[in-house]
Design a protein around this ligand. Structure first.
Ligand code: F0G
Length: 459
């Protein structure tokens, strides 16, 4: 078997990146308060902070920018993008938004029929949870337990626990559930896919209780490829057909187009057939995002997104994309580095509960590994664990996250396998001296979303 799949593209434009010395990196990291969010990107050699808006556009997309129609109302580019969203979802209605959280801000409050409602998801992404709470609701996760067992193979670790889902609905009362949010893939615990069988079952449960179904589909195309390659009966089905089935299980589609839209900025709100809800969303999008035919996007960006959404369905692209992540995961696993296994669609999640087992959760083991990786090779990763989770609003104690991950997030069409080898070698080098890792504490802790701007020091 080939070690990896060659890129299904050739490179037309390059952006130089800079290698730095250990001493320089030590200086940069110290100035950043031992928080890589505060680094300048030019001081990062390989940037795996996120796959959001960091991918490379194709020549077709760059070409499309030129024909963007910047009309305030009724832009030609809007209609082009609308046609593409409809083609992929089979939904009737589309409104653009500036990015995923813009789409959440417009839509989630519209689903609140009264106070104190609840949203249920396999796992809410951070901004989704924030918008659920800002809308006055509460967010409950109900992913399968296998998701937290990083060492054991399960083909669809993003699946809902169906029994738990039924229990929550009965306990809270169906009339108190504002919506069920299916996050595909499930970012927060590894970019893990959700099976079609599971989505079908969730949809049936929701229908039985008359609950609105939402797909948070930032990475829906990657999920579709996992269905094709792992779920029985889909091997000969094309990605567009799989996507149609996936979207048939929801009423609303919210998307951060910065991922599988293959653009640097953009968002999608699509509604299957609820005309009344569409009208309300159109009214609400105006003050927050913009007129309903641009919703925070410029005409040229809508053009590029229409092309990007089409390109993301390409199986050669998806196969290579997921193989890059698989390759990095395999290299780490072969060296004994603990990771969320199998790897998901957009990132390798390193299990730092095991990697830095001697560091307690409130000294942020994964953040310590993230910093060590930057010092080792100038690679920037991101912590997804107790540092990100924050404090209990009542007791003000640090909350303990069920997972302590370092996410190595792979931007789309941006880095080569040679870059991934640099990353793997560096992670393995840090792993081999893991007993020297030291915990961290705060020099400055902001009251909300602390991980973005906190300053830390070593204990
Ligand atoms: N939903 C999911 C599943 C996401 O992963 C993100 C963003 C959003 C919604 C919000 O979209 O950033 O366009 O406003 N995830 C990025 C990440 C930020 O790094 O995982 P946005």
């Amino acid at each position: 078997m080939a070690k990896y799949i060659a890129e299904p593209y050739r490179i037309k434009v390059v952006e130089m990146i800079k290698q730095t010395t250990y001493e320089e990196r030590l200086d940069y990291l110290k100035n950043a308060g031992y928080n890589p969010f505060a680094l300048r990107s030019e001081d990062v050699y390989i940037d795996l902070l996120t796959d959001s808006g960091t991918g490379a556009m194709s020549d077709q997309q760059w070409g499309a920018l030129m024909v963007g129609d910047e009309a305030y109302a009724g832009s030609r580019s809007y209609y082009k993008l609308e046609a593409m969203v409809k083609k992929i979802t089979n939904y009737r209605y589309f409104i653009p938004a500036h990015q995923g959280r813009g789409a959440e801000h417009v839509m989630l409050p519209l689903l609140m029929k009264k106070d104190n409602m609840v949203f249920i998801s396999n796992m809410h992404f951070d901004t989704t949870r924030a918008h659920v709470e800002l809308a006055g609701a509460r967010a409950i996760d109900c992913v399968i337990d296998a998701c937290f067992d990083t060492a054991t193979y399960h083909p669809f670790k993003g699946n809902f626990d169906l029994e738990k889902l039924e229990q929550i609905i009965i306990e809270k009362g169906p009339e108190n559930i504002a919506g069920i949010i299916m996050t595909v893939t499930n970012n927060s615990a590894g970019g893990q896919p959700v099976s079609m069988e599971n989505l079908r079952a969730v949809s049936a449960i929701a229908d039985r209780h008359n609950i609105t179904k939402i797909i948070d589909g930032a990475r829906y195309a990657e999920n579709a490829y996992f269905v094709k390659s792992r779920e029985q009966g889909y091997q000969d089905t094309d990605i567009l057909t799989i996507s149609h089935e996936l979207f048939s299980f929801a009423d609303i589609f919210l998307m951060s187009a910065k991922k599988d839209g293959l653009v640097n900025m953009g968002g999608v709100i699509a509604i299957k057939d609820d005309t009344e809800l569409f009208k309300r969303a159109q009214t609400r999008v105006v003050p927050y995002e913009g007129f309903p035919t641009y919703g925070g996007m410029s005409g040229r960006d809508m053009e590029a997104l229409a092309v990007g959404m089409f390109e993301a369905l390409d199986e050669h692209y998806l196969k290579h994309r997921l193989d890059q992540v698989r390759y990095l995961g395999d290299r780490l696993k072969a060296a004994g580095v603990p990771i969320q296994f199998p790897v998901g669609g957009h990132a390798v999640f390193v299990d730092c509960k095991k990697f830095a087992a001697h560091i307690p959760f409130d000294q942020f083991p994964a953040q310590s590994v993230v910093n060590a990786l930057y010092l080792e090779a100038g690679v920037r990763a991101v912590e997804i664990g107790s540092f990100l989770l924050g404090r209990d609003p009542d007791t003000h104690e640090n909350l303990e996250s069920p997972v302590e991950f370092m996410r190595l997030t792979i931007p789309r069409r941006t880095y080569t396998y040679a870059h991934l080898d640099v990353v793997a070698d560096a992670v393995i080098a840090v792993y081999q001296k893991r007993d020297k890792l030291v915990g961290l504490t705060f020099d400055y802790e902001p009251p909300v979303l602390r991980h973005f701007t906190a300053r830390l020091r070593y204990l």
